[in-house]
Design a protein around this ligand. Structure first.
Ligand code: G16
Length: 543
């Protein structure tokens, strides 16, 4: 089949963000927009001729079209084989596992994660390398450089692949294998967790609600929770992926998963509530009457991981993103294992995991995962929690209170200001940077400043460094305020303000979080002039 070379013109706005390129669907539908980006990915890679590429997405609007386009361009560029999930579906952690398990050269994941979908929603694309993890910055920088000068892409004139039918097809010379999106992933989970113990817990009347938010984890959760683990039918709700996520916002936080939260705080709450996002890498954990912050969840899972067979030998180290609370640090300290603080973005964990320096990683943005794949993994976190609950035979609430009594509590909140004018947001950050040198050693609202800097990460494995990763103001009493601009928004800028305060093991652990942090929240506004500069009276989302 002849290879077609199509002339094209570059777009100036194809810089990958925290996790790939995310834009409104309408932007992606511009002529050659997607084609340019896919070709730029391949132009930035070497040595893939005849190799395997994994392609899958979260099922959002435009997924089907984008997959067919990517398959044709992959065929024209000389890949030997594409593995694609049935229906075009692969959760992000599922794709990571398929890449690793089948020793693929890499993978293309089509998702805008927790952002809304549909014709007026968002779309996204990212490239993952052979270890199953998001491409490191040196590759995303090369892709961006290529998008700025690209003048042609190659494709083949072949019919669409039938994504509904599992089995082998061809696109030009290239083999296309449509695979069951869940099978490999479910097999991996069986090796990590004590399925018998969890099954016995469900058989004993344990009740759970899992909200798949009309997104990609639906088929995974149905098969694993209700199928393999015997949870009653109806445990999984909103379990059929839809192109616009049922008109909802597939972000498992207290705003967009409010129904689940209300259920879990109500009189008829089940024992355990959980949710995952658009592409299945985030998680929300709520026990009866007890919300668990992602930062606490990371710490608790790290402390309890050996209850699961896959981690019975213990963990080698923990990594967390810089804005994530220091709760996990206290666990690492007690276990005497390595602790790493990285910039926001799962890609920064890859080297540490590959080098065996850490076993468990997590982020305040509802992401937790381990060395089993190279992405955060929503359902994995849920299964580890279930394993811990089955092993300890205690409630989520009891486990959280016990954790605080042992390690102390890091009160923690994140305030987001969405769709802020970009110029105003950048000016706010610039002004803060200007103030940093004069802050260290002073006292702000009676708190002594221990350090005030713009976080730079030095990767201990490959020696690279990443600067300007967020402004941190740390106080001598262990509290901290962090400011940074999101790298995943698609409209204007999103300002994130992260506030934390440490209360030791025998301190007061039962305060309402916003109240406990009120003085620091006020101080953050005072330092950065958030209200004045953004014109906002209140955050759009508090988590
Ligand atoms: C992505 C990244 C995460 C990051 C999150 C928020 O998650 O993979 O590492 O923590 O974005 O990033 P930001 O604060 O820059 O918006 P996801 O679930 O969107 O792929």
């Amino acid at each position: 089949m002849p290879i077609l070379t199509i002339e094209t013109k570059p777009y100036a706005d194809q810089k990958p963000g925290t996790s790939g390129l995310r834009k409104r669907v309408g932007v992606f539908m511009q002529p050659n927009y997607l084609e340019n980006f896919v070709q730029s990915i391949f132009d930035s890679l070497e040595g893939f001729k005849g190799k395997t590429l994994v392609i899958g997405g979260d099922g959002r609007y435009y997924n089907d079209v984008a997959i067919q386009t990517a398959i044709r361009i992959a065929a024209a560029n000389g890949f030997g084989q594409v593995l694609v999930g049935q229906g075009g579906l692969l959760s992000t952690p599922g794709a990571s596992h398929v890449i690793r398990h089948h020793k693929a050269f890499g993978g293309i994941i089509l998702s805008a994660s927790h952002n809304p979908g549909g014709p007026d929603g968002d779309f996204g694309i990212k490239y993952n390398v052979g270890n199953g993890g998001p491409a490191p910055e040196k590759i995303t920088d090369a892709i961006f450089a290529r998008t700025k000068v690209i003048d042609r892409y190659v494709t083949v004139n072949a019919p669409d692949i039938d994504l509904g039918t599992i089995g082998t097809q061809h696109c030009g010379e290239m083999r296309v294998e449509v695979i069951d999106p869940v099978a490999d992933y479910a097999d991996l989970m069986k090796t990590l967790f004590d399925f018998d113990k969890i099954r016995a817990m469900f058989a004993g009347g344990f009740r759970m609600q899992f909200d798949a938010m009309h997104a990609v984890t639906g088929p995974y959760a149905h098969r694993i929770l209700e199928g393999l683990l015997g949870a009653p039918k109806g445990t999984v709700i909103n379990g059929t992926p839809s192109p616009d996520f049922g008109g909802g916002h597939p972000d498992p936080n207290l705003v967009y998963a409010k129904d689940l939260y209300d259920l879990m705080m109500g009189p008829d709450a089940p024992d355990f509530g959980a949710a995952s996002d658009g592409d299945g890498d985030r998680n929300l954990i709520i026990g009866r009457g007890r919300f668990v912050t992602p930062s606490d969840s990371l710490a608790i899972l790290a402390a309890n991981a050996p209850h699961a067979p896959g981690y019975a030998a213990g963990i080698t180290g923990i990594a967390r993103s810089m804005p994530t609370s220091a709760a996990a640090d206290r666990v690492a300290e007690k276990l005497g294992i390595e602790m790493h603080e990285t910039p926001t973005g799962w890609k920064f964990f890859g080297n540490l995991l590959d080098a065996g320096r850490v076993t468990i990683c997590g982020e305040e943005s509802a992401g937790t995962g381990s060395n089993h794949v190279r992405e955060k993994d929503g359902l994995w976190a849920v299964l580890l929690w279930l394993n811990v609950l089955a092993a300890r035979q205690q409630s989520v609430d009891a486990i959280v209170l016990d954790h605080w009594a042992t390690y102390g509590r890091n009160y923690y909140t994140r305030h987001d200001y969405d769709e802020v004018d970009s110029a105003a947001a950048n000016a706010l950050v610039e002004a803060l940077r200007g103030k940093l040198p004069s802050m260290a050693g002073t006292s702000l609202s009676g708190r002594d400043v221990a350090y005030a800097d713009d976080f730079t990460y030095h990767d201990p494995v490959d020696g690279s460094s990443s600067a300007k990763q967020g402004i941190r103001i740390g106080f001598k009493d262990g509290s901290r305020i962090v400011f940074r601009l999101s790298g995943t928004g698609t409209v204007g800028a999103t300002l994130r303000v992260y506030v934390e305060r440490y209360e030791p093991p025998h301190g007061q652990h039962d305060l309402e979080t916003q109240l406990a942090l009120a003085p620091l929240i006020a101080l953050a506004d005072e330092i950065a002039g958030i209200r004045t500069r953004t014109g906002r009276d209140a955050p759009s989302v508090i988590t």
